[in-house]
Design a protein around this ligand. Structure first.
Ligand code: FES
Length: 155
């Protein structure tokens, strides 16, 4: 995430759009660029993206909503991704996920009120043999428990 630019810096938004707009299929690269720069897709970026690509904001919203990786709000200081794909579900990943959400008082995609943690679902981390699997701040974890995951994102 960029630490120098304001989250809604129009110049940076424009620069990201311009760096991809001439590519074939520019929308996803632009959205990934926004998320890399800001940590999420700022609302302020929506109109400029739609204008540049000659699409409606409704179409843009549909794409952002379709891909779970795109955040619509800033994430917490810790990002906890819990695998919800089949192999992990078969070894209790669904229970781990529900336990974590219950212990943190959150739902999927929510961030705690103190900005400490965001919990997101993910659909396979390539650690299927070590499920249930999760990712804590971009580091993978195998055979996780809810208690261990919550401890990792605790103050
Ligand atoms: S199914 Fe969870 S890591 Fe593959």
């Amino acid at each position: 995430m960029s630490t120098t630019a304001a989250p809604h810096d129009p110049a940076e938004i424009s620069a990201i759009i311009q760096s991809h707009v001439h590519r074939e299929g520019p929308l996803l690269p632009i959205l990934h660029g926004m998320q890399a720069a800001f940590g999420y897709i700022p609302d302020a970026a929506r109109a400029p993206i739609a204008d540049a690509l000659n699409i409606t904001e409704a179409e843009l919203h549909g794409v952002i909503s379709f891909y779970h990786d795109f955040r619509r709000e800033p994430a917490g200081r810790h990002v906890l991704k819990i695998c919800r794909a089949e192999a992990c579900q078969a070894v209790g990943g669904n229970v781990v996920g529900e336990d974590v959400l219950g212990k943190l008082g959150l739902d999927w995609h929510e961030t705690s009120a103190d900005g400490r943690v965001t919990v997101e679902p993910v659909y396979c981390l390539g650690l299927c043999a070590c499920g249930p699997a999760a990712m804590v701040n971009d580091q993978v974890r195998g055979r996780v428990t809810a208690d261990a995951l919550v401890a990792e994102v605790s103050p």
